[in-house]
Every structure is written in C-alpha cells, then in structure tokens.
Write a protein of this length. Structure first.
Length: 313
C-alpha cells in the first residue's frame, strides 16, 4: 500500500488544477521548492512520474498521475466531510446542556425556570434527565450531566453543590381521615397513624427520615408502599394513610379538596433545593442555566399550570 500524506495530496491537486508548480505554491502560500519536494516524495512512493515536466509548458499529468489525482480528490473530500461533521457535532455539543433533575423538582418546582431559560436562550438545547435523587447524583459524579438539581437536607458527600432555595414538605391525607379538619397535630398523635410511602429505599428515603425526625416525628408506621407516587397519591386519597410529600406537588389536589393538608406543629418540614455542576469548570451554557434558575427562583412563586406528573421520588 502506498502511503500518501494529506499535505502531499493537497499539493498534487493544486499543481493539477493550476497547471504549474508556481501556481500551486501561490494557491497554498508555500515556497515553490516545497511544492517540488512534495511531488518528488509522492513520485518516490508511487514508483513512477506523476507529471510530465517540460520547460515553458503546463505541468501535465501522466496516466499514473491521473489515477493518483482521482484518489487524492476522493481522500481529501472524505476528510473534509468528516471534519465538517465532527465540527458540527462539536458545535452541537457546545449548545447542548444536559440537566439532571429529581422528578418532583422537575415536575413541580422548575417548569417556570426551565421555560424561561428556553425562551430567553433559544441557542441552547436543553436535555432533561429526570430521576431519583440517587440517579441525579450518579449523573453528576460520572459527568453524564452538565448540572443537576435535587432536594437534600444538606450537602451530598463527594459532590460540590450550593443551596438555591428551600422547599416545604407537607403531610396530606384524605378528607375523610380522622385527623382532617383538626387543629395542629402533635408528633405523638402522628406516631399512632399509618403512612403511605414509596416502596424503594434510596438516598432520598434517608433524607425524608432525617427531616421527619427534625420535626419530632420519630416513627411513621407504614400502611402501604408503592413504587410510583401516582399510586401513593391514590392510596392516600382513598384514606389508606398519610403521605409526606413536597407541598407543591399536591397544591392543586389540596385546592380541589381531593386531599387535605394536616397542620403539624413544631419545626417546619423543609429541604434545601441544591444545584451542582457535573464538570469542573462548568461549560458556559451550564453556568448560564444555573444562574438563570437561581434568578427565577428568587422571584415570587409562579404556580405550575398543569398538575405535576407523578413518578418515583
């Protein structure tokens, strides 16, 4: 196999198209002796002359030169197309922001912020990865997400993050529940009631338990578990038990009378809303999105116009 350098092929094409070594040198902005050296190197590798050299006449391709010229154009064309494709992918990657977000946050907290960013910055493509707390943290740690947003009682080990807000949690039950309509419910009374909870154990389960303990609720006896929050909601509305959830996810159900919020005395149940970047330093687009989310969340709360989709916490 004859090894032909890309630069040598460019010189060959330039000589063939301009008809002279001097014309090729001018087109490629190199010295004429350099053109001669490239052609001589190609001829040595090909083992034959590629041009007929006659003083005062244009450089004419030999039969072998014509075949090499066809090959050169094909190779350089393929190289140019590949380069353009890779450059396009690179530019598309620079415009793409992969955002990992905990599902209740994506559904009930961030829609106004994400919609606002999309309107103000159409040059960016936003790819949302909604998942559990553990999945969001994994995306950030392995770099598959540019930034992420999640609920936590504090910093997550091994992950640099900052607090951009505080979200309230609520205890809700069916209107027919014995505690519905009562005054402030004490932790002691709640300890005697049944709860409906998610079936899976995860890092968020530990966060929930820590939040409830801080509110004085040490025990939450379980009546039923479900993998989907849609089922947890239905079990709660059916009177099976009490559900502890992000207050914004059930705001419309409470307003519609499908669920009631139980007034709990003592320390409010809250978690930090935290933002973390998956790469250091973050890309310009990721930093812009993070700053935009933080700025929009600092404004007065805008209710979500559609009911939040239910999914695992």
């Amino acid at each position: 196999m004859i090894k032909l350098s890309p630069r040598g092929l460019e010189v060959l094409v330039a000589v063939a198209e301009t008809g002279s070594f001097a014309g090729a040198a001018q087109r490629l902005d190199i010295a004429q002796p350099s053109v001669s050296q490239h052609i001589q190197a190609l001829e040595r590798r090909a083992g034959t002359a590629l041009f007929q050299r006659r003083r005062g006449r244009p450089a004419m391709l030999t039969d072998a030169g014509a075949r090499v010229l066809a090959h050169a154009r094909a190779v350089l064309g393929d190289t140019a197309r590949l380069s353009a494709e890779l450059d396009g992918e690179r530019r598309a990657g620079d415009r793409r922001i992969v955002f990992a977000c905990q599902r209740p946050v994506a559904n009930a907290v961030l829609p106004p912020a994400l919609a606002g960013f999309a309107r103000e910055h159409p040059e960016y493509e936003l790819a949302l990865l909604a998942g559990t707390l553990d999945e969001v943290v994994a995306h950030l740690r392995d770099g598959t997400a540019d930034l992420g947003c999640f609920l936590s009682r504090g910093p997550v080990d091994g992950l640099a993050s900052r607090t951009i807000g505080v979200e309230r949690f609520a205890l809700v039950a069916a209107p027919s529940h014995p505690l519905a309509g009562r005054g402030a419910v004490s932790p002691e009374v709640l300890a005697s009631q049944k709860f409906v909870r998610a079936a899976h154990r995860s890092g968020f389960s530990a966060q929930m338990a820590d939040m409830l303990r801080a509110a004085g609720i040490e025990r939450t006896p379980v009546a039923s578990r479900a993998t989907e929050s849609a089922m947890v909601r239905e079990l709660t509305a059916a009177g099976v038990g009490i559900w502890c959830t992000l207050a914004k996810t059930v705001r419309r159900d409470v307003e519609a009378g499908l669920l009631v919020e139980l007034p709990v005395g003592g320390t409010p149940m809250t978690m930090d809303l935290r933002l973390a970047y998956g790469r250091r330093p973050p890309s310009p687009g990721a930093r812009l999105l993070g700053d935009s989310i933080e700025a929009i969340l600092a404004r007065p709360y805008l209710p979500v116009e559609q009911s939040a989709a239910c999914a695992p916490l």
